[in-house]
Design a protein around this ligand. Structure first.
Ligand SMILES: NC(=O)c1ccc[n+]([C@@H]2O[C@H](COP(=O)([O-])OP(=O)(O)OC[C@H]3O[C@@H](n4cnc5c(N)ncnc54)[C@H](O)[C@@H]3O)[C@@H](O)[C@H]2O)c1
Length: 255
């Protein structure tokens, strides 16, 4: 898809990968970007950067753990060319099995239920308007066999499978759904793994892996949006290895 002149929604746009993607979309000539996050103060900073890059920005405070509010918001605002379902949360402490049930429901609602609800409403609107592109932020943990945060890994694996299962939408209604799989990225989410900061397990991850910058991931999201040759259900993993950004492409049928 040629991004120039298009309309977009970015969730989790107050920070990190979402903010970088919103700015990258504006730099590519998007006309208008709806910025969604639970943190409306930092959303305003993103809006300023998006407008400086030449796109119209609107700021929307929405808590994606509130599924009824999410459905209502997308019913009112979800008719766009591009949707980046990017907001996400980690479990924090205590981990499963000591985590309480409300927190389990919260991570599933933010990372999975709201993403499926947003996608459903956006696909219906995109079908009416003749097509669109949806990029879901997954994680490279969805490619692995284990990760310390069991609930986070489980939700990301669910989003990965959902993305791959959306592949037929390209043929059915010209809606291409793709997955962005960041490796380690230096963003504030890492500071929510422990009690009031980074957990010990995250300190270990950081000691043993190189972190990407949000703009590295935003570049991958733009590549997924622009490549209409992709079949649908495709994914791109982005990692930093030996100082270089590495790209791993996969498709709906890649196991
Ligand atoms: N940072 C990494 O290493 C990494 C790696 C793989 C995947 N990811 C994924 O990338 C995505 C973006 O994360 P990030 O690294 O930019 O972190 P981040 O903390 O900078 O951004 C996440 C954003 O989501 C927002 N958010 C959280 N809960 C919300 C809710 N209930 N409703 C609305 N917005 C909410 C936060 O306010 C924040 O602005 C997430 O889905 C995350 O799982 C991150």
């Amino acid at each position: 898809m040629d991004i120039k002149g298009k309309t977009a929604i970015v969730t989790g746009a107050a920070s990190g990968i979402g903010r970088a993607t919103a700015v990258a979309l504006a730099e590519r000539g998007a006309a208008a970007i709806a910025l969604v996050d639970v943190n409306d103060i930092d959303l305003r900073e993103t809006a300023g950067r998006v407008e400086a890059a030449g796109a119209r920005a609107t700021v929307h405070r929405l808590d994606l753990s509130d599924i009824a509010a999410t459905e209502a918001w997308f019913a009112a605002h979800g008719d766009v060319d591009i949707l980046h379902n990017n907001a996400g949360v980690v479990s924090g402490l205590p981990q499963f099995p000591d985590v309480d049930a409300a927190r389990i429901r919260w991570i599933i609602d933010v990372n999975v239920t709201s993403l499926i609800a947003a996608t459903q409403i956006a696909v219906q609107a995109m079908r009416r308007r003749g097509g669109g592109v949806i990029v879901n932020t997954v994680s490279t943990v969805a490619l692995g066999t284990g990760f310390y945060d069991a609930m986070y890994a489980t939700t990301k694996a669910a989003v990965m499978m959902f993305t791959r299962c959306c592949a037929p939408l390209k043929a059915e209604c010209n809606v291409r759904v793709a997955g962005m799989l960041p490796g380690l990225v230096d963003t504030p989410i890492l500071d929510t793994t422990g009690a009031g900061g980074k957990s010990e397990w995250m300190e270990q991850v950081l000691a043993n892996n190189e972190a990407c910058e949000p703009k590295d991931i935003a570049g991958g999201v733009i590549a997924l949006i622009e490549d209409d040759g992709l079949a649908g259900g495709d994914w791109l993993a982005v990692r930093r290895l030996a100082g270089k950004i590495e790209y791993q492409w996969g498709h709906a049928d890649t196991v």
